[in-house]
Write a protein that binds this ligand. Sequence first.
Ligand SMILES: [Mg+2]
Length: 236
Amino acid sequence: MLVLFDIDGTMLTTSRVGIKAMECAGREIFDGSFTVQDIEFAGRLDPMIIDDLLEPWGKRGCAEHRERFREGYGRHLELFVKEPGITRALPGVVELIDEVDRQQHGVLGLVTGNYPETGFTKISAAGIDPERFKINAWGSDSHSTPPTRNDLPGVAMSRYAEATGRVLQGSEVVIIGDTPHDVDCAMAHGCRCIATATGMYTRGVLDSTRADLVVDDLSDTAMLAEWIFAGAISRN
Ligand SMILES: [Mg+2]
């Protein structure tokens, strides 16, 4: 079973310093009037978010500006997430990761809108070893224009096949996320999906998605492990 975690709002919180780091990066490149207001962040890919932020400055789709922004964002994030009390793992996450790792057929991975370097920065700051995640698909891995999260489970499943020689069915993949975007990307590949109301979306909103299981948080390790490993349903 390949268990793919989203990062922000699912595995951890950074008390929104990721957004603050983006604002600092933009103000360095442009000026103090650069703002992140009115931009949707939750569940979206970082390259999409950065393009939206560059739009008012006439730089949407400009690879050079996107890379400069990415570098500045990573640099500010690195400082902010290490401030005491800012970054923390959400309830039950460490225990669930341990439990998946303990299972003979459990493989941990990530499906996230983050870039690799910022994703690893956040996970490390939450006190979790990022090396535990073996099969990862990042915000920069979409092959579509514009990029879409719906590509990412397929990327992760291809990487699993490359690493192990085994092709997974969608029903052998569980995606754990906190937004309707996470649910949609799971459904696009026939994966099973757990939606957790620990991010920006309420339980009510997540209940109205096609998520197979909706929880208030990930603290019920035994129930979640049972659902992941023994509750496999076939969705061919
Ligand atoms: Mg999230």
